[in-house]
Write a protein that binds this ligand. Structure first.
Ligand code: B3K
Ligand code: ZN
Length: 873
């Protein structure tokens, strides 16, 4: 397979000024006529277009048939252009939407037509310069049978429509904004829409539409409300106003990822649109709000200003994730959102960055671009954008954004352009920030503090390192937020030592230490007593912090730190210490024991009704098993699982009374479902209590009751989830009744599959093997595949890592089956295997064997090939 390198980037030789596309839609044989007005910028004698899986019909230049003079390969078309400066290129091809199970290009879903072009899928629709730095004006004519396609949609504005012979009709759409072809979209089918309008800051009325299958029309309200909130938020926070007169969202059931920001016509996985209280959980509601926001925010960060090449992906994705994080924070709770994001980063991005697929947020090469839509490019990318925000402050960051749009609207640019806008708008030098784009691996920040009771000084010694590089890397610029407390919880005023004024920025009672060297000290003066240090507040840099803080200090921070992140982090650290200490006990054959230090802190949170319930729920939840595993070079799966479970049971037993009291009190509230901050928090805490209680066999009935009596999916699913881990009659009965009730609702049924795929039940692997034979399991639907195979590999520690390798063998076989149908999804499902080096001896061998069996497959897609081969090399 071909490897693409950033260093090989060359500017395009041709400009496609405008394109007229005509689609004659038929399920198995859609004709696409593509008429381009081309400018030959450098008098090139050959124009090479991208195209895959296309049946070529004809090629005309300025009306003359030149088909015979062109050369076609599997992935290109070469057209002689010597002596031509501007010309009209007319290419007709045909494609097979019905046979397209890879869901890239033009395909069918539930009998409707839709497209997915990013990253390089437009070339599966027609021959084109399929690269983001070729910006073109698009006009699209769609012709289709009326009976099956009442709705015909594309980007921009509808400029014409009408009837044709043979019960066919057509529509013509024109997009007034130049765009790269990855933002092209077409949708046709029998869809219905809900409609609303939004009045912009500059007083234009925007027509908002959400198109869904008729049976789902009652599940669009939350998505529409989310869209309106997003539009308003972007105007208020960034001064960014929507630019077309219409904004359309289409929900489809078969989609490779969450959603796609096509100009004026977003296509969404129905999972991120459809919701009503009976079918969707709080997590689903929050996901919908975030993804609707994310795609909407792309209209400026991604569409109006786009990427020069795919190595710049984080330019639009890191920035847009940062924006959607801020949006969710403003809509719900900033503290809760920050903690949830850090959890996600640590559980998913840190392992990715420690494994064989580790890459910088600006990758330097790829085989299949779709493999680089990663946690690193997205979530670590967002953390890097957040660094600018921390360094420059909200106002400075906004100035940088304003300048970025002023300079680059309508352009395809690079991460350097973004950094320069941030720097120039604030008159600061940010060159060192570039290292964050080049460096892979999670940096380790080691901190030692020294207090001198004579001079009343506190010295904060910081050093940074990237273990795999030993010392051979240029230092990163890190803003480290810090505050100091007295023993009884008073926050202390900060007086930086005069020589450190440049690198310590004080704001109120908080300071930012600007670490820019490998090792550096920061000194504070006039500290009367030895302080309790609150470090890396708000998780101000995406690093692994090594700071040996006493259990007493951690316990104090749990009770009084005003920074919710540090407060949560402190109890997590205590829990982690408790777990790792007991894992060591277990491994050396000693008895496990609960320490008072941890239980006192835990009990404190459980009893502290002054604390926000969502934060209490987070604090009472133990670190995830994957995060515990991250603490080890080689993880002992059985020990992690055993100790994790043991600790939960200990806590459940010790605090049964308190959990029950809290549970019953919260269970009396929320009769009717509202997606509202305090209600969400109450449900969250209630269900954390339920989880603990359900570990006690005599409390299983509690879950069954909640399952039978709740009206909203959040509570129903929480109960069923707890039940799914038990070996009980109640488990079977509830799973069965859930299936009967929801078998016709695909998104709800996904939850039923996912619960069982993640279950810690002793026969879990056998259950999962049955699940893929279930009549409702289909390999062609990505959501269903992810619910079973994705969840199994990621979350089913016991089943997947079964000591005899049976879990590995099963998943490997499934991946090979899937790869022939949908390579993009298969390349994602294979990810858990790539961490083989992280497991103990025999498991390593078995995992490698499974990977090798996948690699030995002759027809392996380049998607799966890239991941598997990199993880074996
Ligand atoms: N930009 C799309 C992702 C495209 C993935 C291509 N495999 C959705 C998003 O990030 O908003
Ligand atoms: Zn995005």
């Amino acid at each position: 397979p071909v490897v693409h390198h950033l260093k090989d980037y060359q500017t395009p030789q041709f400009d496609i000024v405008s394109v007229f596309l005509e689609f004659d839609l038929k399920p198995e044989n859609t004709n696409v006529t593509n008429v381009m007005q081309v400018k030959n910028l450098n008098h090139a004698s050959l124009m090479q277009l991208d195209g895959e899986d296309l049946e070529l019909k004809s090629i005309l230049i300025d009306g003359v048939d030149i088909t015979q003079k062109c050369e076609q390969t599997a992935e290109t078309l070469q057209i002689p252009t010597a002596g031509l400066d501007t010309f009209e290129l007319n290419i007709t091809t045909s494609v097979d939407p019905q046979g397209n199970t890879a869901l890239e290009g033009l395909y069918r879903t539930s009998g409707n037509y839709c497209t997915q072009c990013e990253a390089e899928g437009f070339r599966k629709i027609t021959y084109f310069l399929d690269r983001p730095d070729v910006l073109t004006l698009f006009t699209t004519k769609i012709i289709a049978d009326k009976a099956d396609n009442s709705v015909l949609l594309s980007n921009g504005n509808l400029i014409e429509s009408g009837e044709l012979e043979n019960n066919r009709h057509y529509a013509v759409w024109q997009d007034p904004f130049k765009k790269p072809c990855y933002l092209f979209a077409l949708v046709a089918g029998n869809l219905e829409c809900v409609q609303d309008t939004y009045r912009t800051l500059d007083n234009r009325d925007i027509d908002l539409r959400i198109y869904v299958e008729p049976k789902n029309i009652d599940k669009c309200d939350h998505a529409m409300a989310s869209l309106i909130k997003s539009m308003k938020w972007d105007e208020e926070r960034f001064g960014l106003i929507y630019d077309l007169d219409i904004y359309m969202i289409v929900a489809v059931d078969d989609f490779n990822m969450g959603a796609m920001e096509n100009k004026g016509l977003n296509v969404f996985n129905s999972k991120f649109v459809l919701a009503k209280p009976e079918t969707a959980t709080d997590v689903d509601y929050e996901g919908i709000e975030a993804v609707i926001g994310h795609e909407y925010f792309h209209n400026w960060t991604g569409n109006r200003v786009t990427c020069r090449d795919w190595f710049q992906l984080t330019l639009k994705e890191g920035l847009t994730v940062f924006r959607d994080q801020e949006f969710t924070a403003d809509m719900l709770s900033p503290a809760v959102k920050r903690i949830e994001d850090v959890k996600r980063l640590r559980s998913n991005q840190f392992p990715e960055d420690a494994g064989p697929m580790s890459h910088p947020i600006q990758p330097q090469s790829y085989i299949e671009m779709n493999n680089f839509y990663t946690m690193t490019v997205y979530e670590k990318g967002a953390e890097v954008v957040r660094l600018y925000h921390s360094l420059l402050g909200e106002d400075g960051f906004r100035k940088g954004m304003d300048l970025y749009f002023e300079r680059h609207d309508g352009q395809a640019v690079t991460v350097e352009d973004f950094r320069n806008a941030m720097a120039d708008a604030n008159n600061v030098d940010l060159v060192q920030m570039h290292q964050w784009y080049l460096q892979s691996g999670t940096p380790v920040l080691s901190v030692k503090t020294e207090y001198d009771s004579v001079t009343k000084k506190l010295i904060v010694n910081c050093s940074q390192n990237i273990p795999k590089l030993a010392d051979k890397f240029p230092p990163l610029l890190m803003p480290i937020k810090i505050a100091l407390y007295s023993d009884d919880g008073n926050i202390l005023p900060l007086h930086p030592y005069e020589g450190d004024m440049e690198k310590i920025v004080v704001k109120g009672h908080e300071a930012i230490l600007k670490l820019s060297h490998k090792s550096e000290s920061f000194v504070f003066e006039k500290i009367e007593v030895e302080p309790v240090v609150s470090l890396l507040r708000g998780f101000s840099a995406p690093v692994i912090l090594e700071y040996d803080q006493s259990n007493e200090d951690l316990a104090k921070l749990v009770t009084f730190d005003s920074d919710s992140f540090v407060r949560w982090e402190s109890i997590q650290t205590l829990a982690l210490k408790e777990i790792t200490r007991n894992i060591a006990q277990l491994e050396s054959g000693q008895a496990l024991e609960l320490s008072n230090e941890f239980t006192t802190a835990f009990e404190g949170v459980l009893k502290d009704s002054s604390l926000d319930n969502a934060l209490r729920a987070l604090a009472l939840t133990l670190p995830e098993m994957t995060y515990i595993g991250e603490q080890y070079q080689q993880v002992n799966v059985d020990a992690v699982y055993h100790v994790h479970r043991w600790l939960k049971i200990q806590l459940a037993t010790k605090y049964e009374g308190l959990f029950l009291e809290q549970y019953l009190q919260l269970n009396k509230l929320n009769e009717e479902y509202h997606y509202q901050k305090t209600d969400i928090a109450n449900r969250k805490l209630k269900n954390v209590c339920l989880q603990y209680l359900m570990l006690l066999p005599h409390q299983i009935k509690l879950g069954e009751q909640q399952f039978n009596h709740s009206q909203n999916m959040t509570d129903v699913l929480a109960a069923l989830d707890s039940l799914s881990h038990t070996d009980s009659l109640e488990r079977e009965a509830c799973l069965e009744s859930f299936y009967r009730k929801w078998k016709d609702d695909a998104l709800v049924l996904d939850k039923w599959f996912a619960l069982q795929a993640a279950s810690h039940h002793i026969h879990s692997l056998a259950h999962v093997k049955e699940l893929v034979k279930h009549p409702d399991f289909v390999y062609t639907n990505p959501n269903r595949v992810r619910s079973v195979l994705g969840v199994f590999g990621r979350l089913n520690m016991l089943g997947f890592h079964q000591p005899d390798g049976e879990g590995y063998h099963f998943l490997a076989e499934q991946i090979m089956k899937l790869d022939a149908i949908n390579p993009q999804v298969s390349a994602r499902i294979v990810a858990p295997f790539t961490h083989w080096q992280h497991f103990d001896g025999e498991r390593q061998t078995l995992m490698k064997k499974a990977l090798q069996s996948i690699l030995d497959n002759d027809n392996l897609s380049k998607d799966t090939y890239e991941i598997v081969s990199k993880s074996l090399s």
